[in-house]
Design a binder for this molecule. Structure first.
Ligand SMILES: Nc1ncnc2c1ncn2[C@@H]1O[C@H](COP(=O)(O)OP(=O)(O)OP(=O)(O)O)[C@@H](O)[C@H]1O
Ligand SMILES: [Mg+2]
Length: 468
């Protein structure tokens, strides 16, 4: 007997024989989380109780006659009507819940499509468990990557986060605040750990571009061969291994906002020339494309090297240097702003407590005096490391001088007994290496950089001084 899928009241569904009807209902009710049937017009002719409840309906009757999209906005059942093809396994998200769905067309004896059925399978259904677990994991990862991307485009810091009332710090902040309003290129000059990244973010956040992206790129961290694409992008298929669609560079991603170019002193001569042109013309030419793309980006560059020196040695183009050096801001090293130690300690210890959930520590006066005698080659980052270690190593609520003794290299400016020169030099070298390691959290490559020696020399000294 032909199945009639014309609009019928829910309680006298398609005049099926009673037994067949019972089997049908039982199957759909018990096996599946939900089931829905539409006619050739895409209107609902039947929905089971469970699905109706899930969709927030008081009664399945409320659904009858509605276009399916009115109930399930992203429904693909109409696609099944149009193509006549089943969609056997698909995911559907509804109110943060994920379901596996199966959809198939209903055809009459002449093979004409007269409707479609959608079935929601239990996510608890045993055979689907591995698939669902994998899917959920991927979704969670995607979600996290998206969040991180969103955060990385926004600044985390503002001028309020820059701690310090010392004259050197106040000067720096005053100039930086002017720079924020001015929209010119800014050059940040400061030793490692003095807060260049922090200041760059604060300048962006206080500038008229604050609502647009802040994009950072550490030139020293990217292999030279990849840097051009990273900066300026690439046209589709432009380089081997390229994504066929092409790729936006950081200039494009930062369009309208601020691009922070960290360690600008490490830029190769070829790219120095390209960067100069971009700064002059405000146009980029993605690799492998011969089209210029206009961009509107404020550049904040930073370096811990002496750029003057690099220019004098011919390693950095003078014309690029002048273009970057429109508004230089020097970040004072910690040893020139020892007066800021109490407030820096207080802020950093507050941040450590917040992050670890451990009680907030204080610093005894004797410990502060001990900190004040240090030279701090790694500046505020090194101070943060020392305070973190001190917090981890002791349960005491107050960090005292003896807690610091084992953490602080003996760089205090003070009296030392007279010893043979070779011994003094060796000890000084040993100490310098320990300091450098402490400043960069133990990374030998970074420590060598800080000491101005090659990695090879670093390892030679390491062995010769008996540090291994
Ligand atoms: N004035 C400051 N107030 C509060 N925290 C600071 C200040 N300066 C630096 N810091 C902290 O010190 C750490 C190092 O700062 P940042 O990464 O900005 O330094 P940097 O100059 O970019 O260092 P590098 O050259 O090694 O990249 C960060 O944890 C930062 O929050
Ligand atoms: Mg930095």
């Amino acid at each position: 007997m032909p199945i009639d899928l014309s609009l019928t009241p829910h309680d006298e569904p398609a005049r099926l024989q009673p037994t067949l009807r019972d089997i049908f209902y039982d199957l759909f009710e018990r096996q599946f989380e939900g089931a829905i049937m539409i006619n050739a017009d895409g209107r609902v002719v039947w929905i089971n109780d469970r699905y109706a409840r899930l969709l927030g309906l008081h009664s399945p009757l409320d659904a009858i006659g509605l276009p399916v999209e009115a109930l399930i906005p992203h429904s693909r059942l109409r696609e099944v009507l149009q193509t006549g093809e089943s969609i056997l396994l698909d995911f559907m998200t509804y109110r943060h819940q994920v379901f596996v769905v199966t959809r198939f067309p209903i055809k009459d004896q002449d093979d004409r499509i007269i409707g479609a059925v959608g079935i929601l399978l239990y996510e608890r259904w045993e055979p689907l468990k591995p698939l669902m677990a994998k899917f959920k994991l991927l979704q969670a990862e995607l979600e996290q990557a998206r969040r991180q991307l969103g955060q990385s485009r926004k600044t985390r810091y503002s001028f309020d986060d820059i701690v310090g009332g010392s004259p050197a710090c106040e000067d720096m902040k005053r100039i930086a605040q002017r720079a924020a309003a001015l929209d010119t290129t800014v050059l940040l000059l400061g030793e490692t750990g003095t807060g260049k990244e922090l200041l760059a973010q604060a300048i962006h956040a206080a500038s008229p571009r604050a609502d647009l992206p802040f994009v950072g790129l550490n030139i020293a961290a990217i292999p030279e061969t990849l840097l051009e694409v990273e900066l300026f992008g690439a046209a589709g298929g432009a380089y081997t291994g390229a994504e066929r669609k092409g790729r936006d560079g950081k200039f494009k991603i930062a369009d309208g906002g601020t691009l922070f170019l960290d360690e600008i002193g490490d830029l190769s001569p070829g790219l120095q020339a390209k960067l100069l042109r971009v700064l002059q013309e405000q146009e980029i030419e993605p690799l492998g494309s011969n089209q210029l793309v206009r961009i509107d980006v404020r550049v904040i560059a930073a370096t811990s090297h002496d750029l003057d020196c690099l220019v004098a040695e011919g390693k950095f183009r003078a014309d690029l240097y002048y273009r970057l050096n429109v508004l230089p801001i020097r970040l004072p090293p910690l040893r020139e702003r020892i007066g800021d130690l109490p407030s820096l300690c207080s802020t950093i210890l507050g941040q450590i407590a917040e992050r670890t959930g451990l009680p907030r520590r204080g610093v005894a006066d004797a410990a502060l005096a001990r900190l004040a005698r240090q030279v701090w080659p790694g500046n505020v980052r090194q101070l943060r490391n020392v305070l973190e270690q001190a917090s981890l190593l002791s349960d005491s609520l107050v960090i005292d001088a003896p807690d610091l003794d084992r953490l602080l290299p003996d760089t205090a400016i003070g009296s030392t007994p007279v010893k043979p020169l070779a011994e003094v030099v060796a000890e000084a070298e040993r100490q310098a290496i320990r300091n450098a390691l402490a400043a960069v959290g133990g990374n030998k490559t970074e420590a060598a950089k800080l000491l101005g020696i090659s990695r090879a020399t670093f390892y030679e000294k390491w062995a010769a001084l008996g540090l291994g």
